[in-house]
Design a protein around this ligand. Structure first.
Ligand code: HEM
Length: 478
């Protein structure tokens, strides 16, 4: 059984705070939204930190914005310095690149006939990879240009590299292994470094342009530390790579899961089609050339938003509990004491499904649940999964804002607190644009080879929660 499902089952049996061992490490698993909010709030003051085992592939101690400790001034520098790259104005400026990339993919699918069987998970990875390449680093990696090309795909190298680094986070001694697959992973890593290093050099040497100024690369290259020094090339390579990985894998899998749920829930798909049609975005006999999805459309397509949120609740790509280590003893409002040096697993997967936190039919895809107000909140004053509930409003302060009206977040696919997802605005623009554009052109039906598989058979948790061997669908041209 996959780890996220196993942890949800143990939580149902043992309660929302329990201990386990992983080799020599002591781990506390928490899946109570009130306690999660408390713990994430402690991250701001350094009471919990990113564990060392996450850090650095080759022990050069070069970290990146995802793996650095919150207390590390470099983390703050990079986080603050790159955040403007994801501001709405910037996103609006770059939206047309996403449209161009998806149009390329649509043409590629159409070339295969009127109703070909396509691995939509692969298509979605190509989309998100080219998007981050173009918007983040001003480079067309052309994964969307030829959908049959499986050789020379930088994105495959990167995902392999990411999977290996997740393996090392769990098995730190693996870096000393001489096994065949580990040596292959090392070779893969060297190729990734070479590609990223070339990209860094290219970005450094290109003449300045407006296009580059707002990109992730542009922001990283302009960063200066307290002594006025730019980031070292080693650090830039680390940062480029992590933005690439964090930005593409996650977004691509989210697009794939959303299309899968829509294809398997005809009523929801019909509602989305009606919404797109009303907006002039659906290809029909009456509208054979629908207009292109714009940035402004995204906030107006409410049912699409509901469908994406519901897919991210059920199949959050970050289904693996977020891991931290305590730097001092912490006492939770539930009375639990977690000593310094203990690993804490912040397990949001079960929180986003469990009846204990108010999700009715929590395992079902019901986008309409998001039509109610405040769905992402749980009213903790009504009791919480059977544990002692003496949390005060002060305990719940997070990101400068208190929990709303005694409500606490029970939906956090982008993480929580000061280390939440830096690139979520890009994902929030990319995922709905992709889903709207693909649905506008094709009717999706899961192909026989995948139609009989349960979600347990379709998914695998490999760093992210992703399709195990793709998701094959008949893409019938409208
Ligand atoms: C659907 C898409 C995405 C999901 C579900 C997602 C999810 C997450 C989550 C859960 C975290 C927190 C990890 C932790 O607390 O340990 C995170 C962090 C991060 N994400 Fe995303 N992410 C997505 C897309 C993106 C994109 C598009 C980018 C950038 C291009 C990005 C860049 C980052 C970075 C840099 C961090 C580290 C932030 C920090 O530690 O300060 N993510 N993401």
């Amino acid at each position: 059984m996959a780890k996220h499902k196993w942890e949800a089952e143990v939580t149902a049996a043992l309660g929302t705070v329990w201990r386990r061992r992983e080799f020599w490490k002591q781990l506390v698993v928490i899946s109570d939204p009130v306690l999660l909010q408390e713990v994430f709030a402690l991250e701001r003051e350094g009471a919990i930190e990113k564990p060392d085992s996450l850090i650095s592939w080759d022990e050069t101690k070069d970290k990146n914005v995802l793996t650095s400790k919150t207390a590390d001034p470099m983390w703050k520098l990079v986080r603050k310095g790159t955040a403007p790259a994801f501001q709405p104005n910037n996103m609006r400026q770059y939206h047309h690149h996403i449209v161009d990339i998806i149009e390329r993919l649509i043409q590629g699918i159409k070339q295969k006939g009127s109703a070909p069987v396509i691995d939509v998970a692969d298509i979605a990875q190509r989309e998100s990879f080219d998007t981050i390449g173009k918007i983040g680093f001003g480079r067309d990696f052309a994964a969307s240009r030829d959908i049959d090309n499986t050789v020379n795909n930088t994105f495959r190298l990167l995902t392999n590299d990411f999977e290996e680094s997740m393996r090392r986070a769990v098995f730190p001694l693996r870096r000393y292994s001489r096994s065949q697959d580990k040596l292959a992973a090392d070779a893969n890593h060297r190729r990734v470094r070479a590609v990223i290093e070339a990209l860094v050099k290219d970005c450094q040497n290109r003449p300045p342009s407006n296009e580059d100024a707002g990109s992730i690369a542009g922001h990283l290259l302009r960063l200066r530390d307290a002594r006025g020094k730019p980031l070292t090339t080693e650090r830039l390579i680390e940062e480029f790579e992590i933005f690439f990985i964090a930005g593409s894998e996650t977004t691509g899998h989210t697009i794939a899961w959303t299309l899968y749920f829509l294809a398997t829930h005809p009523k929801a798909m019909a509602r989305l089609e009606a919404e797109l049609d009303a907006a002039g975005l659906l290809k029909t006999a009456a509208n054979p050339q629908p207009r292109t999805v714009t940035y402004a459309d995204i906030s107006k397509l409410h049912f699409l938003d509901c469908a994406v949120k519901e897919a991210m609740r059920l199949q959050p790509v970050a289904a693996q509990p977020l891991r931290r280590v305590t730097t001092r003893d912490i006492r939770l409002s539930s009375g639990h004491l977690i000593p310094a040096g203990v690993f804490v697993e912040l397990a949001q997967y079960s929180v986003m499904r469990s009846k204990a936190w108010g999700w009715e039919e929590g395992d079902a895809f019901k986008p309409e649940r998001w039509e109610e107000p405040d769905v992402e909140y749980f009213e903790h004053s009504r009791g919480s999964g059977g544990r002692a509930n003496n949390t005060t409003e002060d305990d719940l302060e997070i990101n400068g804002s208190k929990a709303r009206d005694g409500k606490v977040k029970r939906y956090n696919p982008f993480g929580q607190g000061v280390r939440n997802c830096l690139g979520q605005q890009l994902a929030r623009m990319n995922v709905p644009t992709a889903v709207a554009m693909f649905v506008s052109e094709f009717e999706f039906t899961v192909a026989p080879e995948d139609a009989q598989k349960s979600i347990d058979e379709l998914e695998v948790l490999k760093g992210t929660l992703q399709p195990k061997s793709g998701i094959h669908m008949i893409c019938k041209q409208r």
